[in-house]
Ligand binder design. Structure first.
Ligand code: ADP
Ligand code: MG
Length: 619
Protein backbone atom coordinates (compact mmCIF):
# COMPACT_ATOMS: atom_id res chain seq x y z
CA UNK A 1 0.00 0.00 0.00
CA UNK A 2 2.64 2.50 1.08
CA UNK A 3 4.95 1.46 -1.72
CA UNK A 4 2.25 2.02 -4.32
CA UNK A 5 1.41 5.47 -2.91
CA UNK A 6 5.06 6.46 -2.89
CA UNK A 7 5.45 5.08 -6.41
CA UNK A 8 2.51 7.19 -7.55
CA UNK A 9 3.80 10.31 -5.84
CA UNK A 10 7.28 9.83 -7.25
CA UNK A 11 5.75 9.44 -10.70
CA UNK A 12 3.86 12.70 -10.12
CA UNK A 13 7.06 14.36 -8.96
CA UNK A 14 8.76 13.29 -12.13
CA UNK A 15 5.98 14.97 -14.14
CA UNK A 16 6.60 18.36 -12.54
CA UNK A 17 9.69 19.47 -14.53
CA UNK A 18 8.16 18.69 -17.95
CA UNK A 19 4.88 20.32 -16.88
CA UNK A 20 6.68 23.50 -15.78
CA UNK A 21 8.66 23.45 -19.00
CA UNK A 22 5.48 23.10 -21.07
CA UNK A 23 3.81 26.01 -19.26
CA UNK A 24 6.86 28.26 -19.64
CA UNK A 25 7.16 27.36 -23.33
CA UNK A 26 3.48 28.09 -23.93
CA UNK A 27 3.43 31.37 -22.04
CA UNK A 28 6.82 32.64 -23.24
CA UNK A 29 5.40 35.20 -25.72
CA UNK A 30 3.24 36.65 -22.91
CA UNK A 31 5.97 36.56 -20.27
CA UNK A 32 8.77 38.00 -22.39
CA UNK A 33 9.10 41.80 -22.49
CA UNK A 34 8.42 42.75 -26.08
CA UNK A 35 8.65 41.36 -29.60
CA UNK A 36 12.41 41.44 -29.73
CA UNK A 37 12.58 38.81 -27.00
CA UNK A 38 9.87 36.70 -28.59
CA UNK A 39 12.02 36.63 -31.73
CA UNK A 40 14.97 35.59 -29.60
CA UNK A 41 12.86 32.77 -28.14
CA UNK A 42 11.89 31.60 -31.63
CA UNK A 43 15.55 31.62 -32.65
CA UNK A 44 16.36 29.62 -29.52
CA UNK A 45 13.84 27.02 -30.69
CA UNK A 46 15.58 26.80 -34.06
CA UNK A 47 18.86 26.19 -32.30
CA UNK A 48 17.26 23.63 -29.99
CA UNK A 49 16.18 21.64 -33.04
CA UNK A 50 19.59 21.92 -34.67
CA UNK A 51 21.44 20.96 -31.50
CA UNK A 52 19.12 17.99 -30.94
CA UNK A 53 19.78 16.81 -34.48
CA UNK A 54 23.54 17.15 -34.11
CA UNK A 55 23.32 15.41 -30.75
CA UNK A 56 22.23 12.23 -32.56
CA UNK A 57 25.60 12.21 -34.29
CA UNK A 58 27.94 13.67 -31.71
CA UNK A 59 26.26 12.70 -28.47
CA UNK A 60 24.53 9.41 -29.15
CA UNK A 61 26.61 7.76 -31.85
CA UNK A 62 29.96 9.38 -31.12
CA UNK A 63 30.52 10.69 -34.67
CA UNK A 64 31.94 14.15 -35.13
CA UNK A 65 30.36 16.51 -37.65
CA UNK A 66 31.86 19.96 -38.13
CA UNK A 67 29.71 20.77 -41.17
CA UNK A 68 26.28 20.13 -39.76
CA UNK A 69 24.86 23.51 -40.83
CA UNK A 70 25.09 22.28 -44.43
CA UNK A 71 21.91 20.24 -43.91
CA UNK A 72 20.15 23.29 -42.50
CA UNK A 73 21.21 25.22 -45.61
CA UNK A 74 19.90 22.44 -47.86
CA UNK A 75 16.52 22.62 -46.11
CA UNK A 76 16.24 26.41 -46.19
CA UNK A 77 17.22 26.70 -49.86
CA UNK A 78 14.99 23.79 -50.83
CA UNK A 79 11.88 25.59 -49.67
CA UNK A 80 13.06 29.02 -50.90
CA UNK A 81 13.89 27.73 -54.37
CA UNK A 82 10.78 25.59 -54.63
CA UNK A 83 8.44 28.33 -53.46
CA UNK A 84 9.94 31.55 -54.79
CA UNK A 85 12.06 30.48 -57.75
CA UNK A 86 9.80 27.77 -59.11
CA UNK A 87 6.23 28.50 -58.11
CA UNK A 88 6.31 32.31 -57.98
CA UNK A 89 8.97 33.28 -60.57
CA UNK A 90 8.57 30.46 -63.06
CA UNK A 91 4.98 29.31 -62.70
CA UNK A 92 3.55 32.72 -61.80
CA UNK A 93 1.69 31.75 -58.64
CA UNK A 94 0.62 34.45 -56.20
CA UNK A 95 2.92 34.11 -53.14
CA UNK A 96 -0.08 34.66 -50.83
CA UNK A 97 -1.78 31.54 -52.19
CA UNK A 98 1.15 29.20 -51.65
CA UNK A 99 0.58 28.16 -48.02
CA UNK A 100 -0.29 24.62 -49.17
CA UNK A 101 3.19 24.26 -50.62
CA UNK A 102 4.71 24.27 -47.14
CA UNK A 103 4.16 20.56 -46.36
CA UNK A 104 5.50 19.70 -49.82
CA UNK A 105 8.64 21.73 -49.05
CA UNK A 106 8.96 19.94 -45.74
CA UNK A 107 8.93 16.52 -47.36
CA UNK A 108 11.30 17.67 -50.12
CA UNK A 109 13.72 19.15 -47.57
CA UNK A 110 13.49 16.06 -45.39
CA UNK A 111 14.41 13.86 -48.35
CA UNK A 112 17.11 16.10 -49.81
CA UNK A 113 18.79 16.73 -46.46
CA UNK A 114 18.52 13.01 -45.69
CA UNK A 115 20.20 12.20 -49.00
CA UNK A 116 22.88 14.79 -48.27
CA UNK A 117 23.33 13.09 -44.90
CA UNK A 118 23.80 9.73 -46.60
CA UNK A 119 26.27 11.25 -49.07
CA UNK A 120 28.43 12.77 -46.34
CA UNK A 121 27.89 9.80 -44.04
CA UNK A 122 28.90 7.10 -46.51
CA UNK A 123 32.57 7.96 -47.10
CA UNK A 124 33.03 8.80 -43.43
CA UNK A 125 32.00 5.33 -42.32
CA UNK A 126 35.54 4.12 -42.67
CA UNK A 127 37.13 7.37 -41.52
CA UNK A 128 37.77 8.08 -37.89
CA UNK A 129 38.83 10.95 -35.70
CA UNK A 130 40.77 13.66 -37.49
CA UNK A 131 39.85 12.49 -40.98
CA UNK A 132 36.16 12.46 -40.16
CA UNK A 133 36.37 15.98 -38.74
CA UNK A 134 38.13 17.34 -41.83
CA UNK A 135 35.76 15.59 -44.24
CA UNK A 136 32.60 16.91 -42.57
CA UNK A 137 34.09 20.39 -42.36
CA UNK A 138 34.94 20.30 -46.06
CA UNK A 139 31.48 19.07 -47.01
CA UNK A 140 29.84 21.83 -45.00
CA UNK A 141 31.97 24.42 -46.76
CA UNK A 142 31.19 22.99 -50.19
CA UNK A 143 27.46 23.39 -49.58
CA UNK A 144 27.90 26.93 -48.27
CA UNK A 145 30.14 27.98 -51.14
CA UNK A 146 27.73 26.52 -53.67
CA UNK A 147 24.90 28.49 -52.04
CA UNK A 148 26.92 31.68 -52.46
CA UNK A 149 28.06 31.08 -56.03
CA UNK A 150 25.19 29.37 -57.82
CA UNK A 151 23.64 32.76 -58.37
CA UNK A 152 20.91 31.71 -60.82
CA UNK A 153 19.45 29.34 -58.31
CA UNK A 154 20.26 30.84 -54.91
CA UNK A 155 20.53 34.54 -55.68
CA UNK A 156 24.17 34.53 -54.59
CA UNK A 157 25.03 36.85 -51.75
CA UNK A 158 21.70 38.70 -52.14
CA UNK A 159 19.85 35.52 -51.29
CA UNK A 160 16.17 34.85 -51.86
CA UNK A 161 13.56 37.33 -50.66
CA UNK A 162 9.78 37.31 -50.34
CA UNK A 163 9.50 33.79 -49.01
CA UNK A 164 5.85 33.53 -47.94
CA UNK A 165 5.26 33.52 -44.17
CA UNK A 166 3.60 30.63 -42.33
CA UNK A 167 -0.12 30.55 -42.98
CA UNK A 168 -3.27 28.54 -43.43
CA UNK A 169 -5.61 29.58 -46.23
CA UNK A 170 -5.86 33.34 -46.16
CA UNK A 171 -4.61 33.62 -42.56
CA UNK A 172 -0.98 34.68 -42.45
CA UNK A 173 1.00 33.96 -39.31
CA UNK A 174 3.48 36.82 -39.32
CA UNK A 175 3.59 38.17 -35.78
CA UNK A 176 6.62 37.15 -33.69
CA UNK A 177 4.33 35.28 -31.31
CA UNK A 178 2.66 33.36 -34.16
CA UNK A 179 6.05 32.45 -35.57
CA UNK A 180 7.16 31.36 -32.15
CA UNK A 181 4.22 28.99 -31.75
CA UNK A 182 4.69 27.46 -35.19
CA UNK A 183 8.37 26.78 -34.47
CA UNK A 184 7.50 25.54 -30.99
CA UNK A 185 5.17 22.98 -32.58
CA UNK A 186 8.03 21.82 -34.78
CA UNK A 187 10.38 21.45 -31.81
CA UNK A 188 7.80 19.51 -29.82
CA UNK A 189 7.23 17.10 -32.72
CA UNK A 190 10.98 16.64 -33.20
CA UNK A 191 11.62 16.06 -29.49
CA UNK A 192 8.74 13.63 -29.08
CA UNK A 193 9.78 11.67 -32.17
CA UNK A 194 13.39 11.70 -31.00
CA UNK A 195 12.47 10.36 -27.56
CA UNK A 196 10.64 7.51 -29.30
CA UNK A 197 13.61 6.69 -31.50
CA UNK A 198 16.14 6.97 -28.68
CA UNK A 199 14.21 4.53 -26.47
CA UNK A 200 14.12 1.96 -29.26
CA UNK A 201 16.53 -0.53 -30.83
CA UNK A 202 17.76 2.32 -33.04
CA UNK A 203 18.76 4.58 -30.16
CA UNK A 204 20.32 1.67 -28.29
CA UNK A 205 22.27 0.69 -31.40
CA UNK A 206 23.62 4.25 -31.68
CA UNK A 207 24.71 4.37 -28.06
CA UNK A 208 26.12 0.84 -28.28
CA UNK A 209 28.27 1.94 -31.24
CA UNK A 210 29.50 4.93 -29.28
CA UNK A 211 30.28 2.78 -26.25
CA UNK A 212 31.95 -0.16 -27.98
CA UNK A 213 31.58 -0.65 -31.70
CA UNK A 214 33.06 -4.13 -31.75
CA UNK A 215 30.69 -5.40 -29.08
CA UNK A 216 27.76 -3.69 -30.79
CA UNK A 217 28.62 -5.63 -33.91
CA UNK A 218 28.92 -8.90 -32.01
CA UNK A 219 25.36 -8.29 -30.73
CA UNK A 220 24.10 -8.43 -34.30
CA UNK A 221 24.03 -4.68 -35.00
CA UNK A 222 25.08 -3.67 -38.52
CA UNK A 223 27.20 -0.84 -37.23
CA UNK A 224 27.92 0.86 -40.55
CA UNK A 225 24.23 1.07 -41.38
CA UNK A 226 23.38 2.58 -38.04
CA UNK A 227 26.10 5.17 -38.36
CA UNK A 228 24.73 6.09 -41.75
CA UNK A 229 21.25 6.20 -40.25
CA UNK A 230 22.50 8.60 -37.59
CA UNK A 231 23.71 10.94 -40.34
CA UNK A 232 20.42 10.66 -42.21
CA UNK A 233 18.31 11.32 -39.10
CA UNK A 234 20.45 14.23 -37.91
CA UNK A 235 20.49 15.73 -41.39
CA UNK A 236 16.72 15.36 -41.80
CA UNK A 237 16.08 17.23 -38.57
CA UNK A 238 18.41 20.03 -39.69
CA UNK A 239 16.71 20.12 -43.11
CA UNK A 240 13.24 20.44 -41.63
CA UNK A 241 14.51 23.15 -39.29
CA UNK A 242 15.89 25.01 -42.30
CA UNK A 243 12.44 25.08 -43.90
CA UNK A 244 10.86 26.60 -40.80
CA UNK A 245 13.71 29.08 -40.50
CA UNK A 246 13.29 30.29 -44.09
CA UNK A 247 9.56 30.90 -43.68
CA UNK A 248 10.03 32.52 -40.32
CA UNK A 249 12.62 34.99 -41.66
CA UNK A 250 10.88 35.29 -45.04
CA UNK A 251 14.28 35.64 -46.66
CA UNK A 252 17.56 33.81 -46.65
CA UNK A 253 21.04 34.70 -47.78
CA UNK A 254 24.47 33.17 -47.16
CA UNK A 255 24.95 35.44 -44.15
CA UNK A 256 22.23 33.47 -42.39
CA UNK A 257 24.58 30.49 -42.20
CA UNK A 258 28.21 31.05 -41.38
CA UNK A 259 31.06 28.63 -40.90
CA UNK A 260 30.98 29.72 -37.28
CA UNK A 261 27.45 28.37 -36.83
CA UNK A 262 28.83 24.85 -37.15
CA UNK A 263 31.01 25.40 -34.12
CA UNK A 264 28.31 27.25 -32.23
CA UNK A 265 25.81 24.40 -32.57
CA UNK A 266 28.47 21.87 -31.63
CA UNK A 267 29.39 23.97 -28.59
CA UNK A 268 25.74 24.14 -27.54
CA UNK A 269 25.51 20.37 -27.57
CA UNK A 270 28.66 20.01 -25.50
CA UNK A 271 27.68 22.87 -23.18
CA UNK A 272 24.24 21.39 -22.48
CA UNK A 273 25.42 17.78 -22.28
CA UNK A 274 26.23 15.64 -25.31
CA UNK A 275 24.38 12.35 -25.34
CA UNK A 276 21.65 13.53 -22.96
CA UNK A 277 18.11 14.31 -24.01
CA UNK A 278 17.69 17.76 -22.46
CA UNK A 279 21.28 18.90 -22.89
CA UNK A 280 20.84 20.43 -26.36
CA UNK A 281 17.61 22.12 -25.21
CA UNK A 282 19.26 23.70 -22.18
CA UNK A 283 22.47 24.58 -24.03
CA UNK A 284 20.68 26.27 -26.94
CA UNK A 285 18.24 28.20 -24.75
CA UNK A 286 20.90 29.51 -22.40
CA UNK A 287 23.24 30.47 -25.20
CA UNK A 288 20.77 32.25 -27.47
CA UNK A 289 19.37 34.30 -24.60
CA UNK A 290 22.83 35.06 -23.28
CA UNK A 291 23.90 36.16 -26.75
CA UNK A 292 20.87 38.46 -27.04
CA UNK A 293 21.59 40.00 -23.64
CA UNK A 294 25.28 40.40 -24.44
CA UNK A 295 24.40 42.31 -27.60
CA UNK A 296 23.61 45.35 -25.45
CA UNK A 297 27.00 45.29 -23.76
CA UNK A 298 29.34 48.01 -25.03
CA UNK A 299 32.29 45.64 -25.33
CA UNK A 300 30.25 43.40 -27.64
CA UNK A 301 28.88 46.35 -29.60
CA UNK A 302 32.42 47.50 -30.28
CA UNK A 303 33.73 44.00 -31.00
CA UNK A 304 30.91 41.72 -32.25
CA UNK A 305 33.36 38.81 -32.56
CA UNK A 306 33.57 38.74 -28.75
CA UNK A 307 30.17 37.07 -28.65
CA UNK A 308 31.54 33.83 -30.03
CA UNK A 309 34.66 34.37 -27.98
CA UNK A 310 32.46 34.30 -24.88
CA UNK A 311 30.92 31.03 -25.97
CA UNK A 312 34.36 29.52 -26.46
CA UNK A 313 35.41 30.74 -23.04
CA UNK A 314 32.27 29.39 -21.36
CA UNK A 315 32.72 26.01 -23.04
CA UNK A 316 36.36 25.80 -21.94
CA UNK A 317 35.59 26.74 -18.35
CA UNK A 318 32.66 24.32 -18.27
CA UNK A 319 34.74 21.51 -19.70
CA UNK A 320 37.11 21.94 -16.77
CA UNK A 321 34.42 22.26 -14.10
CA UNK A 322 31.76 19.94 -15.48
CA UNK A 323 33.09 17.86 -18.36
CA UNK A 324 29.78 16.15 -19.07
CA UNK A 325 27.91 19.41 -19.70
CA UNK A 326 25.15 21.09 -17.70
CA UNK A 327 22.60 18.29 -17.93
CA UNK A 328 23.80 15.03 -16.44
CA UNK A 329 20.58 13.02 -16.50
CA UNK A 330 21.25 9.79 -18.34
CA UNK A 331 19.37 9.02 -21.53
CA UNK A 332 16.50 6.55 -21.17
CA UNK A 333 17.09 3.83 -23.73
CA UNK A 334 13.86 1.95 -23.18
CA UNK A 335 10.33 3.13 -22.41
CA UNK A 336 9.11 -0.33 -21.56
CA UNK A 337 8.34 -0.67 -17.88
CA UNK A 338 11.15 -2.52 -16.18
CA UNK A 339 9.89 -5.71 -14.56
CA UNK A 340 9.48 -5.51 -10.80
CA UNK A 341 12.34 -6.65 -8.59
CA UNK A 342 10.46 -9.78 -7.64
CA UNK A 343 8.38 -11.89 -9.95
CA UNK A 344 4.94 -10.32 -10.34
CA UNK A 345 2.23 -12.47 -8.76
CA UNK A 346 -0.05 -14.32 -11.09
CA UNK A 347 2.34 -14.11 -14.01
CA UNK A 348 3.71 -17.47 -15.04
CA UNK A 349 7.31 -17.06 -16.05
CA UNK A 350 8.38 -19.37 -18.85
CA UNK A 351 11.10 -21.76 -17.73
CA UNK A 352 14.56 -20.62 -18.66
CA UNK A 353 14.97 -23.50 -21.14
CA UNK A 354 12.29 -21.90 -23.29
CA UNK A 355 14.06 -18.58 -23.18
CA UNK A 356 17.48 -19.96 -24.00
CA UNK A 357 16.43 -22.11 -26.93
CA UNK A 358 13.01 -20.89 -27.99
CA UNK A 359 13.02 -22.76 -31.29
CA UNK A 360 12.63 -26.50 -31.23
CA UNK A 361 16.00 -27.87 -32.10
CA UNK A 362 16.09 -30.85 -34.41
CA UNK A 363 19.82 -31.53 -34.37
CA UNK A 364 20.60 -34.79 -32.56
CA UNK A 365 23.09 -34.63 -29.68
CA UNK A 366 26.62 -35.47 -30.79
CA UNK A 367 26.18 -34.14 -34.35
CA UNK A 368 28.97 -31.74 -35.35
CA UNK A 369 27.47 -28.24 -35.57
CA UNK A 370 30.56 -26.07 -35.89
CA UNK A 371 33.35 -27.48 -38.04
CA UNK A 372 36.71 -25.70 -38.12
CA UNK A 373 38.96 -26.93 -40.91
CA UNK A 374 42.57 -25.85 -41.38
CA UNK A 375 42.00 -22.36 -40.02
CA UNK A 376 45.06 -20.14 -39.84
CA UNK A 377 45.67 -16.50 -39.04
CA UNK A 378 48.83 -14.46 -39.35
CA UNK A 379 49.48 -10.94 -38.14
CA UNK A 380 52.25 -9.56 -40.32
CA UNK A 381 55.06 -12.06 -39.85
CA UNK A 382 53.55 -13.59 -36.72
CA UNK A 383 51.59 -16.82 -37.03
CA UNK A 384 48.95 -16.68 -34.30
CA UNK A 385 47.13 -19.72 -35.71
CA UNK A 386 48.85 -22.26 -37.94
CA UNK A 387 46.29 -24.73 -39.20
CA UNK A 388 43.62 -25.51 -36.66
CA UNK A 389 40.94 -28.16 -37.16
CA UNK A 390 38.32 -29.38 -34.70
CA UNK A 391 34.56 -29.56 -34.32
CA UNK A 392 31.96 -28.59 -31.77
CA UNK A 393 29.18 -31.12 -31.28
CA UNK A 394 25.56 -30.58 -30.34
CA UNK A 395 25.00 -30.73 -26.61
CA UNK A 396 28.58 -30.42 -25.44
CA UNK A 397 30.91 -28.10 -23.63
CA UNK A 398 34.15 -27.97 -25.56
CA UNK A 399 37.11 -26.78 -23.51
CA UNK A 400 39.86 -24.86 -25.25
CA UNK A 401 43.13 -24.70 -23.38
CA UNK A 402 46.72 -23.72 -23.98
CA UNK A 403 49.42 -21.50 -22.54
CA UNK A 404 49.36 -17.71 -22.89
CA UNK A 405 49.79 -16.62 -26.48
CA UNK A 406 48.77 -20.04 -27.83
CA UNK A 407 46.15 -18.38 -30.05
CA UNK A 408 42.96 -19.13 -28.10
CA UNK A 409 41.53 -15.63 -28.21
CA UNK A 410 42.54 -15.26 -31.84
CA UNK A 411 40.65 -18.46 -32.59
CA UNK A 412 37.58 -17.10 -30.84
CA UNK A 413 37.87 -13.85 -32.80
CA UNK A 414 38.05 -15.81 -36.03
CA UNK A 415 35.04 -17.96 -35.10
CA UNK A 416 32.95 -14.92 -34.21
CA UNK A 417 33.84 -12.91 -37.31
CA UNK A 418 35.83 -10.26 -35.44
CA UNK A 419 38.99 -11.30 -37.31
CA UNK A 420 39.09 -12.83 -40.78
CA UNK A 421 40.99 -16.12 -41.06
CA UNK A 422 44.00 -16.06 -43.38
CA UNK A 423 43.16 -19.57 -44.54
CA UNK A 424 40.83 -22.49 -43.84
CA UNK A 425 37.06 -22.81 -43.58
CA UNK A 426 34.52 -22.58 -40.79
CA UNK A 427 31.18 -24.30 -41.30
CA UNK A 428 28.24 -23.72 -38.99
CA UNK A 429 25.23 -25.99 -39.41
CA UNK A 430 26.25 -26.78 -42.97
CA UNK A 431 26.92 -23.18 -44.04
CA UNK A 432 30.25 -21.41 -44.45
CA UNK A 433 30.60 -18.55 -42.01
CA UNK A 434 34.24 -17.58 -42.45
CA UNK A 435 34.23 -14.23 -44.19
CA UNK A 436 30.97 -13.09 -42.57
CA UNK A 437 30.94 -9.88 -40.55
CA UNK A 438 30.62 -10.46 -36.83
CA UNK A 439 27.06 -9.07 -36.77
CA UNK A 440 25.98 -11.71 -39.30
CA UNK A 441 27.74 -14.45 -37.33
CA UNK A 442 25.81 -13.31 -34.27
CA UNK A 443 22.51 -13.39 -36.13
CA UNK A 444 23.23 -16.96 -37.27
CA UNK A 445 23.43 -18.02 -33.64
CA UNK A 446 27.00 -17.71 -32.39
CA UNK A 447 27.40 -15.43 -29.37
CA UNK A 448 30.51 -14.59 -27.41
CA UNK A 449 32.01 -12.87 -24.40
CA UNK A 450 35.39 -11.18 -24.19
CA UNK A 451 38.58 -11.95 -22.30
CA UNK A 452 38.36 -8.55 -20.62
CA UNK A 453 34.73 -7.81 -19.80
CA UNK A 454 33.17 -5.48 -22.35
CA UNK A 455 29.80 -4.18 -21.26
CA UNK A 456 28.19 -0.96 -22.42
CA UNK A 457 29.29 0.78 -19.25
CA UNK A 458 27.03 3.80 -19.52
CA UNK A 459 23.88 1.69 -19.93
CA UNK A 460 21.89 -0.10 -17.26
CA UNK A 461 22.03 -3.87 -17.05
CA UNK A 462 18.60 -4.17 -18.70
CA UNK A 463 19.59 -1.82 -21.51
CA UNK A 464 22.68 -3.96 -22.10
CA UNK A 465 20.37 -6.96 -22.31
CA UNK A 466 18.04 -5.23 -24.78
CA UNK A 467 20.98 -4.58 -27.10
CA UNK A 468 21.36 -8.35 -27.16
CA UNK A 469 17.76 -8.58 -28.41
CA UNK A 470 18.45 -6.10 -31.21
CA UNK A 471 17.87 -8.47 -34.10
CA UNK A 472 14.32 -9.38 -33.10
CA UNK A 473 13.31 -5.88 -31.99
CA UNK A 474 14.63 -3.84 -34.87
CA UNK A 475 12.29 -1.98 -37.21
CA UNK A 476 11.64 1.23 -39.11
CA UNK A 477 12.66 4.58 -37.68
CA UNK A 478 9.24 6.19 -38.42
CA UNK A 479 7.52 3.35 -36.55
CA UNK A 480 9.64 4.07 -33.48
CA UNK A 481 9.19 7.83 -33.86
CA UNK A 482 5.41 7.27 -33.89
CA UNK A 483 5.69 4.86 -30.95
CA UNK A 484 3.56 2.16 -32.53
CA UNK A 485 2.10 -0.20 -29.91
CA UNK A 486 3.47 -3.33 -31.57
CA UNK A 487 7.03 -2.30 -30.78
CA UNK A 488 6.11 -1.49 -27.25
CA UNK A 489 4.69 -4.96 -26.87
CA UNK A 490 7.80 -6.61 -28.36
CA UNK A 491 9.98 -4.57 -26.07
CA UNK A 492 8.03 -5.63 -22.98
CA UNK A 493 8.42 -9.26 -24.02
CA UNK A 494 12.16 -8.78 -24.44
CA UNK A 495 12.37 -7.08 -21.05
CA UNK A 496 10.59 -10.00 -19.42
CA UNK A 497 12.98 -12.36 -21.15
CA UNK A 498 15.93 -10.28 -19.94
CA UNK A 499 14.58 -10.50 -16.41
CA UNK A 500 14.44 -14.31 -16.59
CA UNK A 501 17.96 -14.58 -17.99
CA UNK A 502 19.40 -12.22 -15.38
CA UNK A 503 17.67 -14.20 -12.65
CA UNK A 504 19.12 -17.36 -14.18
CA UNK A 505 22.60 -15.84 -14.29
CA UNK A 506 22.29 -14.84 -10.65
CA UNK A 507 22.21 -11.09 -11.18
CA UNK A 508 18.44 -10.49 -11.25
CA UNK A 509 18.52 -7.86 -8.53
CA UNK A 510 21.03 -5.74 -10.43
CA UNK A 511 18.81 -5.20 -13.46
CA UNK A 512 18.33 -1.45 -13.03
CA UNK A 513 21.93 -0.69 -12.04
CA UNK A 514 24.37 0.97 -14.33
CA UNK A 515 26.81 -1.58 -15.76
CA UNK A 516 29.85 0.34 -14.53
CA UNK A 517 28.65 0.05 -10.92
CA UNK A 518 28.65 -3.76 -10.89
CA UNK A 519 31.15 -5.94 -9.07
CA UNK A 520 33.56 -7.86 -11.25
CA UNK A 521 31.75 -11.14 -10.75
CA UNK A 522 28.41 -9.53 -11.63
CA UNK A 523 29.92 -7.93 -14.76
CA UNK A 524 31.01 -11.36 -15.98
CA UNK A 525 27.55 -12.78 -15.36
CA UNK A 526 25.78 -9.89 -17.07
CA UNK A 527 28.07 -10.30 -20.06
CA UNK A 528 27.08 -13.97 -20.31
CA UNK A 529 23.39 -13.14 -19.89
CA UNK A 530 23.65 -10.46 -22.59
CA UNK A 531 25.21 -12.99 -24.96
CA UNK A 532 22.32 -15.37 -24.22
CA UNK A 533 19.89 -12.57 -25.07
CA UNK A 534 20.88 -13.01 -28.73
CA UNK A 535 19.39 -16.54 -28.44
CA UNK A 536 22.57 -18.25 -29.60
CA UNK A 537 22.90 -21.91 -30.35
CA UNK A 538 26.61 -21.74 -29.54
CA UNK A 539 28.13 -19.57 -26.85
CA UNK A 540 31.86 -18.79 -26.95
CA UNK A 541 33.33 -17.86 -23.57
CA UNK A 542 36.82 -16.35 -23.35
CA UNK A 543 38.26 -16.94 -19.86
CA UNK A 544 35.04 -16.15 -18.00
CA UNK A 545 36.56 -17.02 -14.62
CA UNK A 546 39.61 -14.77 -14.97
CA UNK A 547 39.87 -12.62 -11.85
CA UNK A 548 37.25 -14.58 -9.88
CA UNK A 549 37.89 -16.17 -6.51
CA UNK A 550 37.41 -19.88 -5.85
CA UNK A 551 33.78 -19.87 -4.77
CA UNK A 552 32.80 -17.50 -7.58
CA UNK A 553 34.57 -19.81 -10.02
CA UNK A 554 32.69 -22.83 -8.68
CA UNK A 555 29.35 -21.05 -9.07
CA UNK A 556 30.30 -19.97 -12.56
CA UNK A 557 31.00 -23.60 -13.43
CA UNK A 558 27.48 -24.57 -12.47
CA UNK A 559 26.06 -21.65 -14.47
CA UNK A 560 27.99 -22.81 -17.55
CA UNK A 561 26.74 -26.36 -17.11
CA UNK A 562 23.19 -25.07 -16.68
CA UNK A 563 23.42 -23.11 -19.93
CA UNK A 564 24.53 -26.24 -21.77
CA UNK A 565 21.74 -28.27 -20.13
CA UNK A 566 19.24 -25.65 -21.25
CA UNK A 567 20.28 -26.28 -24.84
CA UNK A 568 23.16 -23.97 -25.82
CA UNK A 569 26.46 -25.54 -26.87
CA UNK A 570 29.53 -23.97 -25.36
CA UNK A 571 33.13 -23.36 -26.32
CA UNK A 572 34.99 -22.49 -23.16
CA UNK A 573 38.47 -20.99 -23.04
CA UNK A 574 39.76 -21.16 -19.52
CA UNK A 575 42.99 -20.69 -17.70
CA UNK A 576 41.68 -22.37 -14.58
CA UNK A 577 42.51 -26.02 -15.25
CA UNK A 578 40.23 -27.40 -12.54
CA UNK A 579 37.24 -25.51 -13.91
CA UNK A 580 37.99 -26.55 -17.46
CA UNK A 581 38.55 -30.21 -16.60
CA UNK A 582 35.44 -30.42 -14.45
CA UNK A 583 32.90 -28.93 -16.85
CA UNK A 584 34.22 -29.84 -20.32
CA UNK A 585 32.97 -32.89 -22.20
CA UNK A 586 35.93 -32.70 -24.54
CA UNK A 587 39.04 -30.57 -24.62
CA UNK A 588 41.15 -29.20 -27.46
CA UNK A 589 44.66 -28.09 -26.56
CA UNK A 590 46.38 -25.33 -28.52
CA UNK A 591 50.05 -24.45 -28.44
CA UNK A 592 51.81 -21.99 -30.74
CA UNK A 593 48.72 -21.83 -32.91
CA UNK A 594 48.42 -25.58 -33.47
CA UNK A 595 46.20 -28.26 -31.96
CA UNK A 596 48.54 -30.53 -30.00
CA UNK A 597 45.93 -32.75 -28.38
CA UNK A 598 42.20 -33.32 -28.12
CA UNK A 599 39.89 -35.73 -26.34
CA UNK A 600 38.13 -36.21 -23.04
CA UNK A 601 39.60 -34.44 -19.99
CA UNK A 602 41.18 -37.71 -18.84
CA UNK A 603 42.79 -38.39 -22.21
CA UNK A 604 44.13 -34.87 -22.43
CA UNK A 605 45.46 -34.97 -18.90
CA UNK A 606 47.61 -38.00 -19.76
CA UNK A 607 48.92 -36.62 -23.05
CA UNK A 608 52.71 -36.02 -22.71
CA UNK A 609 52.70 -33.14 -25.22
CA UNK A 610 50.15 -31.32 -23.11
CA UNK A 611 52.09 -31.84 -19.92
CA UNK A 612 55.15 -30.45 -21.57
CA UNK A 613 53.59 -27.51 -23.41
CA UNK A 614 50.98 -26.39 -21.00
CA UNK A 615 51.75 -27.56 -17.54
CA UNK A 616 55.49 -27.33 -18.13
CA UNK A 617 55.36 -23.73 -19.18
CA UNK A 618 52.81 -22.82 -16.56
CA UNK A 619 54.59 -24.42 -13.63
P1 ADP B 1 45.80 -16.52 -26.08
O1 ADP B 1 44.41 -16.03 -26.04
O2 ADP B 1 45.90 -18.00 -26.29
O3 ADP B 1 46.59 -16.10 -24.87
P2 ADP B 1 46.06 -14.80 -28.36
O4 ADP B 1 45.16 -15.39 -29.34
O5 ADP B 1 45.59 -13.60 -27.62
O6 ADP B 1 46.55 -15.90 -27.32
O7 ADP B 1 47.43 -14.42 -29.08
C1 ADP B 1 48.13 -15.32 -29.90
C2 ADP B 1 49.28 -14.58 -30.54
O8 ADP B 1 48.81 -13.69 -31.54
C3 ADP B 1 50.08 -13.76 -29.55
O9 ADP B 1 51.44 -13.87 -29.87
C4 ADP B 1 49.59 -12.36 -29.80
O10 ADP B 1 50.59 -11.41 -29.53
C5 ADP B 1 49.24 -12.39 -31.29
N1 ADP B 1 48.16 -11.48 -31.63
C6 ADP B 1 46.86 -11.59 -31.25
N2 ADP B 1 46.12 -10.61 -31.76
C7 ADP B 1 46.96 -9.85 -32.50
C8 ADP B 1 46.79 -8.67 -33.30
N3 ADP B 1 45.59 -8.08 -33.44
N4 ADP B 1 47.88 -8.17 -33.92
C9 ADP B 1 49.09 -8.75 -33.77
N5 ADP B 1 49.30 -9.85 -33.06
C10 ADP B 1 48.27 -10.40 -32.43
MG1 MG C 1 43.39 -14.94 -24.67
Amino acid sequence: MTTSTSATSSRLLRLIPPAVLAIVALLAPVLLPGDRWVRVAALALIYIALASGLNILVGLTGLLDLGFIAFFIVGAYTTAILTVRLFVDQLGFDPDSLWWLFPVSLVAALLLAGIAGAIIGYPTLRARGDYLAIMTLAFGEIVRIVSINWIDLTGGSVGIRNIPPFGVGSVELVSPAANYYVVLAMVVVILVALAGVVASPVGRAWVAIREDELVASSMGIRTRRYKLLAYVCGASIAGVTGVFFAHMQQFINPDSFTLEDNFIVLSLVILGGAGTYWGPVVGATLWIFFQAIARDWTIVQEHPEFRTGFLALIVIVLMILRPGGIVSRRLKLTRGSTPAETKPEGVIMPPVENVITPAADSVAPGTPVLVVDGVGRTFGGLTALGSVSFEVRRGEILGLMGPNGAGKSTLLNVLSGVTKPSRGTITFRGERIDGLESDRVSVRGIARTFQTVRLFWDMTVLENMLVGAHERLRGWVPAFALRLPRHRHDESAALAEAGILLEFAGVGERRNDRASSLSYDAQRRVEIARALMTRPSILLLDEPAAGMNESETRELASLITAIRDAGTDIVLIEHDMDLLMSVSDRIVVLDHGEVIASGTPDEVRREPAVLEAYLGSDA
